[in-house]
Design a binder for this molecule. Structure first.
Ligand code: ATP
Length: 742
């Protein structure tokens, strides 16, 4: 307006001097400019906000520190604050100016070329370009001020809508991906600050990004997988789903002494057998015998041809601790089932993994068949093949006839006779007993079971005559399969460590099996007639009377500890296990050279007769210490073994169970020591949780002071030892290792 007047004035006074008019015009322009500026500064922005707007850095810092997602949010917040100052619902001049300012700010994408250097700070926030424009078109601006403000209001509304949309979008993005949001915010800010100087822009980004990243670091952990991260979580243990017969077995008491069953209380036992039992000092049955004998007798009570009700009898699996009397639990019912037989045929076959075990079991059969007419034949390869053939079959004018009712055999030799002995027949086999069944399953590579089953169901050569008694392999029960009476084949499996792996058991081709087991939880006692829960964690049980210890030691002190047990603690009938026949032999030589202990060794290096004699002398007490390989670990029943020492820790828990099971048999007490090197303490079977489950394995209190004189004597005795070593080296290498122990 002022300028308008000046122009008029200048036009009307042509005669005035040029200098004067120019100066006046300049002065008036200055005044107008100053008025405009002052007016806007007073009303438009509070001074503190103006200051903050001077640098983009400060703005964005503020945005971030106040938690705003974008500048629009900040704009709204400023508006609120303004409302707070001017009263609720009022929309004064200041607010309008503020809107205008932000409108301009948002339009500040336009380059600022030509901006006054003195106002660079203001130009940076987009305020000055608008002002400059006004100065250039002063008249126009003042005339259309109201119109512009109205337009600005409209623009602001639109801007607000846009910013709302943007904010919603940004929120959704934030939900999807926090990191994306950070980038988005950064991009928005960068876009708005494009007009700022590069330096300021960079510092803004840094200041925005760093706290944002820090915020990200404190965010709750994402559910997404971090590759290469170590997100350890407790993995839920997979519980095996067992077939019903394995999952719900018949439980057998573990405590022998408290659960004896008087032999007269078991129904159906033949008086002849009762008498024999009493003659052998057996007045009561052990728990496993009390359960298993009646079960087998019940199956056999229907005679030889068919099981109860014309059905095939169930196969029976027994898992009971070492020394719990499993042998008698199959010997008694089998002998009783065969007592009334007329013709001698192979009707029972017991298969065992070693010759010694087969010998032991045949001995028990002999005791209870003595005087009954039943013949027991041992087939293990101890005799020549021809001699064994003579004990099995006899050739007559009528053909071959069997000389055995019960065969006790090792699998290899049995298969040889099936293949090569003329007239050897298993077609009448009623009971197939597999002792140490888990070991026999492992040895199945020989395919002995398949050969036996094939021999049992082999068709008769003169099938026409005996059609009625033709055998067929067990299958689904049908009217046709039950019409002809047949001899059923029943499998009886026994072990202290019977596998519960259905896949392995399947190899045995069991028919509707029943499981009797002593593996159960201690929480609830087993009461007569009731079954308690099986402990899924536990696989095996140890004899109740067994006390287990481990002896922490090093390689050098192992023989010293052994001597300590023998000489200081005066143990007698100690069975000491090593992991190899070489170690057994070296240890035997060393202890013998030391003297003071009656020692012997037992391994496959001995001949069968030497082995037999050694076991006999050990049982008789002539041998104080028997150093053995795992050849005596399973099943061997040597009476009076007080202590078992694991000179070498066994590799497998099953081996440990069988080794320590050579003591504490038949409800008696026993000791088991396991020498453990430091590295083995937490890993060996002796310290295994499965073993600890039933009884805590204690650390032994061996008196180390005593070991000193033993060490001295041992060093002295090695003066004579090298000669022994050199002699032995002719036969076996590396005996000098013995000296390394010292
Ligand atoms: N009812 C009983 N009364 C007294 N002694 C018994 C009785 N039953 C078995 N025994 C004795 O218990 C000892 C161990 O028996 P057996 O060898 O049958 O145990 P096992 O369970 O087969 O052991 P392993 O698993 O080590 O083979 C034997 O010496 C046996 O004579």
């Amino acid at each position: 307006m002022a300028l308008f007047r000046i122009n008029r004035y200048l036009g009307g006074e042509e005669d005035a001097t040029e200098d004067r008019s120019q100066a006046l015009l300049e002065r008036l322009r200055e005044q107008a400019r100053a008025r405009q500026l002052k007016k806007q500064q007073q009303v438009l922005l509070p001074s503190d906000e103006l200051k903050q707007k001077k640098t983009g850095n400060e703005l964005h810092q503020k945005l971030k520190h106040s938690g705003f997602d974008s500048e629009n949010e900040y704009q709204r917040e400023a508006k609120k604050r303004k409302r707070g100052h001017s009263g609720e619902g009022s929309c004064g001049e200041g607010e309008k100016k503020l809107r205008k300012n932000h409108q301009v700010s948002s339009d500040s994408e336009k380059p600022l070329a030509g901006a006054d250097s003195g106002l660079a700070g203001e130009a940076a926030n987009g305020y000055i370009p608008a002002k400059k424009k006004k100065n250039e078109n002063g008249k126009k601006s003042s005339l259309s001020q109201k119109k512009i403000e109205a337009d600005l209001d409209e623009n602001n509304r639109q801007q607000e809508n846009k910013s709302n949309l943007k904010r919603d979008k940004a929120k959704r993005k934030k939900e999807r991906d926090i990191s994306t949001e950070v980038e988005t915010n950064g991009a928005e800010i960068a876009e708005k600050d494009r007009s700022e100087e590069v330096k300021g822009n960079q510092s803004t980004k840094e200041k925005v990004c760093i706290p944002t990243l820090n915020e990200k670091a404190t965010l709750p952990p994402s559910s997404s997988l971090v590759l290469g991260g170590s997100d350890r979580r407790a993995v839920q243990k997979v519980q095996p789903i067992l077939p019903q017969w394995l999952a719900q077995p018949k439980l057998v008491h573990k405590r022998i002494k408290e659960n004896l069953v008087p032999i007269q209380d078991v129904a159906g036992i033949h008086p002849k057998l009762l008498k024999k039992l009493q003659m052998n000092g057996i007045e009561s049955f052990f728990p496993v015998q009390g359960e298993v004998i009646p079960a087998i007798l019940e199956n056999a009570s229907s005679g030889f041809l068919v099981g109860r009700g014309g059905y095939q009898p169930s196969d029976i699996c027994v898992s009971a601790p070492t020394g719990s009397g499993k042998t008698l639990s199959f010997v008694i019912p089998v002998v009783q089932a065969l007592l009334e037989r007329v013709v001698c045929q192979v009707r029972a076959l017991a298969v065992l993994p070693t010759k010694e075990l087969a010998q032991q079991v045949s001995k028990v059969f002999n005791i209870y068949t003595d005087g009954t007419g039943l013949k027991v034949v041992l087939v293990t390869g101890q005799k020549s093949f021809g001699k064994e053939q003579e004990t099995l079959v006899q050739r007559t004018v009528m053909g071959y006839c069997s000389l055995a009712d019960i065969i006790v055999a090792t699998p290899g030799r049995l298969v040889d006779h099936i293949d090569q002995t003329p007239g050897f027949s298993l077609r009448q086999l009623r009971f197939l007993i597999i002792d140490e069944a888990d070991r026999m399953i492992d040895d199945m590579h020989q395919n002995w079971l398949h050969q036996v089953v094939k021999a049992v169901f082999r068709a008769e050569e003169d099938s026409g005559t005996n059609m009625l008694f033709q055998r067929t392999e067990p299958g689904p029960v049908t009217a046709a399969s039950t019409c002809c009476p047949q001899i059923p084949l029943q499998k009886l499996l026994f072990s202290a460590t019977l596998t519960r792996n259905p896949e392995k058991l399947q190899q045995l081709g069991l028919y509707q099996p029943r499981l009797f087991t002593s593996v159960y939880s201690e929480k609830r006692a087993v009461t007569a007639g009731t079954e308690t829960e099986q402990d899924a964690e536990k696989k095996y049980t140890l004899p109740e009377g067994l006390s287990q210890y481990y002896v922490p030691c090093n390689l050098n002190s192992k023989p010293l500890f052994l001597l300590y047990f023998m000489l200081r603690m005066k143990f007698t009938r100690v069975l000491c296990f090593t992991n190899s026949k070489q170690t057994s032999h070296r240890l035997f030589l060393l202890i013998r050279a030391f003297g003071g202990v009656n020692v012997a060794e037992f391994s496959s290096w001995l001949t069968p007769s030497e082995r037999q004699r050694t076991l006999k002398e050990f049982e008789q007490g002539k041998i104080q210490l028997l150093i053995s390989t795992d050849a005596t670990a399973r099943g061997i029943d040597i009476k009076g073994v007080k202590c078992v020492i694991n000179y070498d820790a066994p590799q497998f828990i099953r081996t440990y169970i069988h080794r320590v099971g050579r003591t504490a048999r038949a409800g008696k007490v026993g000791l088991a020591f396991t020498m453990l090197l430091k590295v083995q303490v937490s890993h060996s079977p002796g310290s295994n949780s499965e073993v600890k489950h039933s009884r805590v394995v204690r650390r032994s209190g061996v008196n180390v002071i005593f070991l000193h004189p033993v060490t001295c004597s041992l060093v002295l005795c090695t003066g004579a030892f090298p000669s022994v070593v050199s002699v032995q080296r002719i036969f076996h290498r590396d005996y000098l290792i013995t000296l390394h122990w010292l």
